[in-house]
Ligand binder design. Sequence first.
Ligand SMILES: [Zn+2]
Ligand SMILES: [Zn+2]
Length: 62
Amino acid sequence: MIKTVSGCVDCGRPCMGHACPHYEIEVYACDDCESTQRDLYDIEGNLYCSECVLSHLPKVCN
Ligand SMILES: [Zn+2]
Ligand SMILES: [Zn+2]
């Protein structure tokens, strides 16, 4: 998923909120746990982090 987060980093406090150029930035996040901190993998258009990706990979054998 694409998640909108606040990317403000002490840009003149208090932050100007929506007028702040860093207030809303778009980042990719895991479709399962919504983590934006880990590497993401694309499986058929869905994004999963390294923690969640294994449970979504097609299993071939045990
Ligand atoms: Zn700001
Ligand atoms: Zn995840």
